[in-house]
Design a protein around this ligand. Structure first.
Ligand SMILES: [Mn+2]
Length: 333
């Protein structure tokens, strides 16, 4: 893993000098953001019990990650003080923190910033940049950093980090799941990561409203002549199931499993917009290009768009002539 040891020692000395360390992750946090946020902060706290550590995110911790140790300690944007060091995890850009306008001092070199990330397009906005694009998650990089620092883990820390490794690889299913990911998992399990707690909280935990919404998505799948598996949910579907828009996340993975399709798409209606999510399992299909035709974008295998408008169902009827079986009995009308 290409982490420059000079950068690792520079990051360590920035942390050593600071009486307070603020750890930040991106808005609308996922499992890797929360796992890395808590894992990084708890590791610093374990290595330097005399330091004051705080955890910050623009948005609250999603309910499915409340089981993580120290999840209740996550606060909103920090009130920075002279001498603070900042660790920013899993943020491809300053904008992803949603603190770039409210807290410009985070990004203008007023405070030392350690940027820990795995996004290819990270512009290296930190004082030190521990950015590894080949890593499948920010949590995977943190395990490397901990080793570089010689920091000790605990079952709690390993549980936070394993959560990020699992969620960013879709439960070790995405094509980012390298041999190094499996070695990281093995390492975290040896450190006492509570794997079943993660599985139950993250993968075996769906609200009734979510399952009902997904039911509507699955029921309405149709296959197009171009080889697309397409479904749609209207505002009426959200109302009837009691689900909110965030609960649609994950449904497309089922639509994207119809054999032989070139791509899959889920359309959803929300406050005057139609949002489309597109996925493909094929190498010869670029769904980012498809989304681009609707002013959207994304990655080759996963993309999306949003257009103003509403969904209108289109039903096509066709009369098929059937050969008559029995002549109707006399007297029948
Ligand atoms: Mn990530």
């Amino acid at each position: 893993m290409p982490l420059a040891s000079a950068d690792v020692s520079k990051a360590l000395s920035l942390i050593q000098k600071a009486p307070r360390v603020r750890v930040l992750c991106h808005r609308n946090p996922d499992g890797d953001a929360i796992g890395a946020l808590l894992g990084a902060g708890l590791m610093v706290e374990k290595a330097f019990p005399e330091k004051q550590i705080s955890f910050h995110c623009k948005d609250p911790v999603p309910a499915s990650f409340h089981f993580l140790p120290a999840a209740f300690r996550v606060e909103g944007p920090p009130a920075l003080q002279k001498g603070d060091a900042v660790i920013i995890v899993d943020c491809a850009t300053p904008k992803m923190t949603e603190m770039h306008e409210s807290h410009p001092e985070l990004f203008d070199k007023t405070y030392p910033v350690i940027n820990v990330d795995h996004h290819r397009d990270n512009p290296l906005y930190g004082t030190v940049n521990l950015v590894v694009p080949t890593a499948a998650s920010a949590c995977e990089i943190l395990v490397e950093i901990a080793d570089g620092f010689g920091w000790k883990m605990s079952g709690d820390i390993a549980t936070c980090l394993l959560t990020g490794v699992y969620t960013d690889t879709g439960g070790l299913l995405h094509n980012s799941t390298t041999a190094h990911v499996y070695r990281t998992v093995a390492r975290l399990l040896r450190e006492g990561a509570r794997q079943q707690a993660i599985v139950k909280a993250v993968y075996r935990n769906q609200k009734l409203s979510t399952l009902r919404l997904w039911g509507r998505v699955l029921e309405k799948i149709s296959v197009t002549a171009e080889g697309g598996a397409i479904s749609a949910v209207t505002e009426g579907d959200f109302r009837a199931t009691g689900a909110d828009y965030s609960e649609l996340t994950g449904a497309i993975d089922y639509v994207n499993a119809v054999p032989g399709m070139r791509f899959s798409m889920v359309l959803s209606e929300r406050s005057g917009l139609v949002k489309g999510s597109i996925r493909t399992l094929r190498d010869d299909v670029d769904v980012a290009e498809m989304a681009g035709k609707f002013q959207g974008g994304g990655h080759k295998r996963a993309a999306g768009f949003a257009l103003p408008g509403k969904l209108k169902p289109e039903v096509r009827w066709k009369v098929i002539e059937e050969s008559r079986k029995e002549p109707s009995a006399p007297g029948d009308t």
